[in-house]
Each structure stands twice: as structure tokens, then as C-alpha cells.
Design a protein around this ligand. Structure first.
Ligand code: GDP
Length: 480
């Protein structure tokens, strides 16, 4: 069968550590990457009450197995660009740095032209490329990781020299540590009066980020993102770190990678930015992406240029998928459209089942009884509205509702149509979706019907507040 502990763990939907422990109890000492012989696999599987061979067949539709198939042709390995995420405390200059990099190809002095926000882009120094993920935000970073996408090679930690280490600086360090990515510190705003880069260095030593001049191994670069000072030096250091990491990929394989961001476009349908991590992605490739599938119809870079193929570490915006995937979903090119479809449909079915099994449905009509039955402490709600002001007003007002000690918990609030990500979040968290001046996408509507998610639509905020309050009191007038 030729499986290692990790493969088997995945197949059995268990932690590798659990498998290792079980094997240890059987007197077999292993590690994650050790391959197991057939007998051991069968003993283990039997222990979990599973016929190993049968399980393997069932799991053929599991994209993870294709994705995690790390077989590369050693001879075909080529250096690839590093993928960088910029993190740091709010207002320390992440966006300014990203914008500066987007607009200039630093040393070349060549203006980058008009670039669109597609969630990622490439900067160039001395002819070498660096891929930047354009999504500052620790939550996004870890959400992607939670979905299994490990895209970041290097974290650039931005710390403002006039403000020093702040709560989100520490948060960022912890996210990077958890992901196991090396950190390069960009001490920003050195142009400002009162800037004290030395203090930043001293503060960061408490977090194991020790500069080379103090005997440590962390690279610090003093920059001004606003004035573009030392940005080329920062890029140089990123490339240096990339050299240490010896980042390589095999472009001869079928493409695979991760979704950086995705949305539904009125005219073009689902539009997603994906990062190719292994192999090459081509126009026309049949793909499975998260729980959906499709065929790559168009492929563009951040400059809006059409591409025929995308090699490792290249971010591209693609169309041609059947539904909108989620950030962090992984994609893999399949042999043909039929298997892509089969795998996609199977995965979608499973995802739905998981949602359905996650908890019984919560609706406004039955809320009062459900609250009592489940001894609910909070009523989870998802808020979608047409503009940010309404999102905040509605979410704020909902949070203030309290009925006999039970409060509303706004699990997600955002601008835009209700999409299937909202519906699956609702399913997973037992939430009711409240739309203010927005409608669901057709796909989300179908999914909500299948999953029996309660969606309510309003164009007066007070009506929404009243309905939720009444429902919590068991006084909601039924609608016919
Ligand atoms: P973010 O929240 O980390 O994305 O921070 P922003 O990039 O939005 O920057 C916050 C503020 O700091 C903005 O007003 C920027 O113009 C300013 N800023 C960012 N970098 C620098 C810099 O290098 N020097 C100075 N003087 N101001 C900067």
C-alpha cells in the first residue's frame, strides 16, 4: 500500500500523534513520515473498526490525498519565488508597505503599472521575484492555515519605530511561530521624529527575535514604507532568507496550490485568486478546489494580463469554477473533467453532511423552544448588509439584545450578498442569517434550503431587532 503514518492518519481522520501512540502501545516505534507495512496498517485499521482496503476506495474522492502526494521529480526541481506575508500591529504600516511594493519594482525603478487587488502580487528585485500575500490580518493568515493551506514561507513583521511592540505585534509573532515561518523584522517609520528603532530591537528580544548584531539570527531592516527608504534592502533580505530556505518546486507536475481569496462576480461568476504551489496550472485544466470543481477558463496576473500557464509561487486570478471556494481551500489539477467533477461533488456532499451533523437547525420560529431545549447561553447570528455602516449598526444593536440572560452572539458580520461561506458558517455554528438590503447568491440560497438554514431579510433595522427579540421571548408572529 505504501503509506506513512501521516497518510494513514488522514485516511482514518485521526491525528498522526494518536496513531503514533497506538503503534507505540503495540510495541512499534515510528514517526510521522515512516512508512508502514501492510500488516501494521491492517492491524491499526481493524483497531478502528475499518477494513483498510475498503476505506481507501471510499476515500478516492478525497482531494487531500492528491494534494498531499508530495512525489516530485527531484531532477525537475527548480528554485521558486518566496511567498511572504506581512503582519504587525494596526497602523504600523502594513498597507503602506504593501502599496509601495505593489507600485514599484524597486531597483529596476520601473513603475509597476496599474495593479488590481487580487489578494497577492509579485515584486521584483534584480530580476528575482517575491510573492506577497496582500491580506494583512492575522485571522486571515490562521484561517487559511486552519483549512490546511500552508502558503507562507516568510513573515515580515512590521513594527513602527515610534510605537514599539504592541499587542498585535505579539499576536503576529505567535501566528508566525505557530506556522513555523521565519520572521524578518521591518522596523518602520524611521523617518518620523521620535522614531526609536533600538528600542524596538530591545523589546523584541523578549520574543526570541534577536538581531544579528546582538548575537542572534533575526534579520532587522529599518525602513520607511512611506518614503520607500531601504525597501530594496528589505527585499534583498527576503531573498537571502529564501536562499537559506532553498525553496524549490517541480513545475512539470499538474498544478496544485491554495485559494488566497474568492468572490462571486456578477458577470464572470466565481472569481478566485489562487497561488500555485507545485506544478504548473494551465488554461483548460480540470480542477478540484475545496468543495467545488471546474475547468480553468481564464487566468490573469495582478496586472490584468492574460496568462496561459502559471508556475510555482505565481498568484493568479482564475475563473471557471462552479462555486466560490473559501480562502485556504486547496486546489489540485485532475486528469480529466469527469474525475474533477466526481471528486468535487463527493467533497461537497461530505461537507454538507458534516454541516448537517454539526448540530440541529436553529430558526427564528422555533428559537424560544430551542433555547430552552439546548439551554442556549447565546443565540448565534450572522449579519450581512449592503454597506459597512449598516453592518455595524445592525450588529451593534443585536449584541445589545438580552432576554433572560441570553444574548445574541454575532459570529460574523460583513458587507455583501449572503454567500455559501455564510451558509456553511451558519450550519457549523447553528446561526441564523440576517440580511439587510442584501439577497443570497443563487448557490447560497440552494445550500441554505438543503441545510435548512434560516435566512431573514430586512430593510428596516428595527424590524430585524424586534423579530430577534420577539423570537427569543417566544412571541414572534408566524409569517405565512
Ligand atoms: P496598517 O494598519 O499597518 O496597514 O498601517 P497603514 O499602512 O495604514 O499606516 C498607518 C499610518 O501610518 C498611515 O497614516 C501611514 O501613512 C503611516 N505610515 C506608514 N508607514 C509610514 C512611514 O514609514 N513613515 C511615516 N511617517 N508614516 C507612515
Amino acid at each position: 500500500v505504501g503509506m506513512n503514518v501521516q497518510d494513514l492518519a488522514k485516511l482514518l481522520h485521526r491525528d498522526a500523534s494518536e496513531i503514533i501512540k497506538k503503534l507505540f502501545l503495540l510495541g512499534i516505534v515510528t514517526n510521522q513520515n515512516q512508512s508502514l507495512d501492510e500488516d501494521t496498517i491492517e492491524i491499526l485499521a481493524a483497531d478502528y473498526g475499518i477494513d483498510a482496503k475498503q476505506k481507501e476506495e471510499e476515500d478516492l474522492a478525497d482531494i487531500d490525498r492528491f494534494f498531499d502526494d508530495e512525489t516530485v521529480n527531484e531532477d525537475a526541481l527548480e528554485p521558486r519565488a518566496p511567498v511572504v506575508t506581512i503582519m504587525g500591529h494596526v497602523d504600523h504600516g502594513k498597507t503602506t508597505l504593501l502599496d509601495y511594493l505593489r507600485k514599484t519594482n524597486v531597483t529596476e525603478g520601473e513603475a509597476g503599472g496599474i495593479t488590481q487587488h487580487i489578494g497577492a502580487y509579485q515584486a521584483r528585485l534584480d530580476g528575482r521575484l517575491i510573492t506577497f500575500l496582500d491580506t494583512p490580518g492575522h485571522a486571515a493568515f490562521s484561517e487559511m492555515r486552519a483549512r490546511g493551506a500552508n502558503v507562507t514561507d516568510i513573515t515580515v513583521l512590521v513594527v513602527a519605530a515610534d510605537d514599539g511592540v504592541q499587542p498585535q505585534t505579539i499576536e503576529a509573532i505567535n501566528h508566525a511561530k505557530a506556522a513555523g515561518t521565519p520572521v524578518i523584522v521591518a522596523v518602520n517609520k524611521i523617518d518620523k521624529e521620535g522614531a526609536n528603532p533600538d528600542q524596538v530591537m530591545n523589546q523584541l528580544m523578549a520574543y526570541d527575535l534577536v538581531p544579528e548584531e546582538y548575537g542572534g539570527s533575526t534579520i532587522f531592516v529599518k525602513i520607511s514604507a512611506k518614503q520607500g527608504q531601504n525597501i530594496d534592502q528589505l527585499l534583498e533580505m527576503i531573498l537571502l532568507e529564501a536562499d537559506v530556505l532553498e525553496l524549490k518546486a517541480d513545475p512539470t507536475q499538474p498544478g496544485r496550490g491554495s485559494v488566497i481569496e474568492a468572490r462571486l462576480d456578477k458577470g464572470r461568476g466565481p472569481v478566485s485568486t489562487v497561488l500555485v504551489q507545485q506544478g504548473t496550472l494551465h488554461i483548460g485544466d480540470p480542477v478540484v478546489v475545496g468543495n467545488t470543481y471546474g475547468r480553468i477558463r481564464t487566468m490573469q496576473n495582478e496586472k490584468g494580463e492574460d496568462l496561459k500557464e502559471a508556475k510555482p509561487a505565481t498568484p493568479v486570478q482564475i475563473t471557471g469554477l462552479n462555486a466560490v471556494p473559501s480562502a485556504g481551500d486547496r486546489f489540485v489539477v485532475m486528469a480529466d473533467e469527469k474525475s474533477a467533477r466526481a471528486a468535487g461533488e463527493e467533497r461537497e456532499k461530505r461537507a454538507r453532511e458534516e454541516v448537517r451533523n454539526a448540530g440541529s437547525v436553529v430558526t427564528l420560529d422555533t428559537l424560544f423552544n430551542t433555547m430552552a431545549e439546548k439551554a442556549m447561553k447565546t443565540v448565534p447570528v450572522i449579519v450581512k448588509a449592503d454597506v459597512q455602516g449598516s453592518v455595524e449598526a445592525l450588529a451593534g444593536a443585536l449584541k445589545k439584545i438580552e432576554v433572560e440572560g441570553v444574548k445574541v452572539d454575532v459570529v460574523h458580520a460583513a458587507v455583501g450578498a449572503i454567500n455559501e461561506s455564510d451558509v456553511s458558517l451558519a450550519g457549523a455554528s447553528g446561526a441564523i442569517i440576517i440580511g439587510f438590503n442584501v439577497r443570497p447568491t443563487p448557490f447560497a440560497k440552494n445550500q441554505a434550503q438543503t441545510d435548512k438554514i434560516d435566512m431573514r431579510f430586512y430593510n428596516v433595522i428595527y424590524d430585524a431587532i424586534d423579530d430577534v427579540t420577539d423570537a427569543m421571548k417566544g412571541q414572534l408572529e408566524p409569517v405565512y
